[in-house]
Design a protein around this ligand. Structure first.
Ligand SMILES: [Fe+2]
Ligand SMILES: [Fe+2]
Length: 273
């Protein structure tokens, strides 16, 4: 049973299952693994926790796919969600290998029974929207600009190439959420939108420390210092989450945005996006 805290470990079984996955993960072998990397405890830590975050993202997209099936979502959207599980598994392997390249993964105790918070809504469409908002519209949408910044400050061709590949996938993982909400739009009443705004607000608060795994380390090799991370997170919460949700009638509570230092849409003079 998957219950309680266990050491975070990965294994493969190979055979036909390894061959099936091979085309999706082949690019990992092409990365510049021969780069002479500095010894960095921070990089070992951040890439180990990244491997686990990617593993949790795989679980989240498995839930997204199941929830979309349960509410009759368009089948191409469901297929994309299922396919994203594979993306996240490949990202998991990538991150674990980068951690190994920096000297080995650190020990991590994880609860595999609590990878995804269940939806609270009973209605299948609203339950799916909840999981989609948390996963794509908040988690993935916040991840993209953070990873882009991490890439700019990487200072390593291996880390640069790894992050470039991952960020391209995460961008489409975020897009899935907006497409789902637009499809569901005419079936979401005002109460549902208020509920989804609260779900998004709680998720923004929850992701702030999760994405900051490396805070207070110097930036580089996949880690971000607080001085780099904090303003990037605030900008991402405003531009990549609150603003596109507001455009769909879903308002992230101002208190949740303020808790991470962000302003609600319309309360800021910031342009762009
Ligand atoms: Fe990922
Ligand atoms: Fe992702």
């Amino acid at each position: 049973m998957c219950q309680g805290f266990v050491p975070f470990e990965l294994s493969t079984i190979g055979g036909p299952w390894g061959r099936r996955l091979a085309p999706r993960r082949a690019w990992i072998d092409e990365l510049p693994w021969d780069e002479a990397l500095p010894s960095s405890p921070e990089a070992r830590h951040v890439w180990t926790t990244t491997a686990f975050s990617e593993y949790a993202s795989a679980a989240a997209f498995a839930e997204v796919a199941a929830a979309m099936l349960a509410c009759g979502a368009p089948i191409d959207l469901v297929a994309a969600a299922g396919d994203f599980v594979v993306d996240e598994i490949v990202h998991t392997e990538l991150a674990a290998r980068v951690a190994a390249a920096f000297g080995g993964a650190v020990t991590l105790e994880v609860d595999l029974g609590k990878l995804v918070r269940p939806a609270v809504a009973a209605d299948p469409l609203l339950a799916a929207a909840e999981i989609v908002v948390r996963t794509s519209c908040v988690g993935e949408a916040l991840t993209v600009p953070i990873l882009k910044l991490s890439r700019r400050l990487a200072g390593s061709s291996l880390v640069d190439a790894a992050l470039a590949a991952v960020v391209a996938d995460e961008a489409s993982h975020a897009q899935l959420g907006w497409w789902f909400l637009d499809w569901a739009d005419h079936r979401l009443d005002d109460a549902a939108r208020v509920h989804l705004g609260r779900v998004a607000g709680a998720a923004v608060r929850a992701f702030a420390p999760l994405l900051a795994v490396s805070s207070c380390s110097p930036s580089g090799l996949g880690t971000l210092a607080c001085d780099d991370y904090d303003p990037a997170f605030v900008a991402a919460a405003e531009r990549s989450v609150a603003r596109p949700l507001a455009a769909r009638g879903i308002v992230v509570p101002a208190a949740d945005l303020a808790a991470v230092g962000a302003s609600p849409p319309g309360a800021t003079a910031m342009s762009g996006g």
